[in-house]
Write a protein that binds this ligand. Structure first.
Ligand SMILES: O=c1ccn([C@@H]2O[C@H](COP(=O)(O)O)[C@@H](O)[C@H]2O)c(=O)[nH]1
Length: 309
């Protein structure tokens, strides 16, 4: 179990990337209508607990396919939360199964609140499984409430060798409305990047990285390059690859000169690969797991090729 190890989140991630020779993060975003029929039929009754069981089954099968291919998975809490309590139990099962399978886990829940409440979020999502219902290696968090809202997460990261990814420059087209605002001659996302670096100070591990990471979208390659330079000791989680239009060329600038320091998330285009070409034709719905494995191998390959140039 990852948290019983003594090494930091950042160092464990560096080791997992080296071991798998992959910087791919597989996003676990189960959407009922896109599940393969063999699993979707588990939810035919329409009851939330039946849907939650289908989500667990789907995510577990994906984990079986990708566990030796990638270092980390990212369950998206929203899809589980929408099913109510049964969905949240399923989320816990998926996180545990990923850990048992040797994968690291980022729970994407974009949590935060005033400091005292933030501590409760950190206790819920970061850390050992008997102390945290959804004990993950790391959690996505919002910076909007300021430094004192992030510090409790960093404290829990220190105690439990966990990590956080702070939303810096998100992949969505509308993110710039607030993030690109200029104040004191800096954009808001640049100020957030400074805060990430400040929080990481004195926490850098052997890998050269600390527990406070950043989310920067593949859909903004210029800003990604700028953010790599601004946060040299922060892991960057890069969403927006694939379905949102980000390409391998776009994400390159998120990595350090050694090809480390970033992981690239892909959710829909990997987990539902059986629905798109060339995988649909090659495997069809009945071999959806083969489509996931082929699509994941191709993504790994395409990213590795960029580094070997
Ligand atoms: O800026 C952000 C932050 C988070 N996300 C999340 O990542 C995945 C992306 O899914 P795809 O299917 O690969 O588009 C999803 O869970 C988002 O909520 C993001 O896209 N952008």
């Amino acid at each position: 179990m990852p948290h019983s190890e003594s090494s930091s989140f950042a160092d464990r991630l560096a080791t997992a990337v080296s071991r798998t020779n992959s910087v791919t993060c597989v996003g676990l975003d189960p959407r009922l209508e896109q599940l393969p029929a063999s699993i979707r039929q588990m939810a035919d009754s329409g009851a939330p607990d039946a849907k939650a069981a289908a989500y667990s089954q789907f995510c577990r099968e994906i984990i079986d396919v990708v566990k030796d291919r990638v270092p980390i998975v990212k369950p998206q809490a929203a899809f589980f939360e929408q099913l109510g309590p049964a969905g949240m139990i399923s989320l816990g099962e998926v996180i545990r199964y990923a850990h048992q399978s040797g994968l690291m886990v980022i729970t994407d829940a974009k949590r935060n609140d005033i400091g005292s409440t933030a501590t409760a979020y950190a206790q819920a999502y970061l850390g050992v499984e008997d102390a945290s219902p959804w004990g993950s290696d790391s959690l996505t968090v919002s910076p909007y409430l300021g430094r004192d809202s992030l510090e409790p997460f960093v404290d829990v990261c220190d105690q439990r060798a966990a990590g956080v990814f702070v939303l810096v420059k998100t992949s969505n087209p509308g993110g710039g409305l607030l993030q690109d605002r200029v104040t004191d001659e800096q954009t808001v996302y640049e100020r957030v990047a400074d805060l990430v670096s400040e929080l990481n100070q004195d926490r850098i591990g052997a890998s050269g990285y600390g527990p406070v990471g950043a989310v920067v979208g593949a859909t903004y390659p210029e800003q990604l390059a700028q953010m790599r330079a601004a946060m040299p000791h922060s892991w960057i989680l890069i969403p927006g690859f694939g379905a949102q239009g980000g390409s391998a060329d776009d994400v390159l600038a998120g990595f350090d000169p050694k090809g480390s320091g970033a992981i690239v998330n892909n959710s829909r285009n990997l987990i539902f690969a059986y629905q798109r070409e060339p995988f649909a034709e090659k495997y069809g719905e009945s071999r959806w797991q083969d489509a996931v494995s082929d699509a994941t191998d191709q993504m790994n390959q395409v990213l590795l090729q960029r580094f070997s140039r």
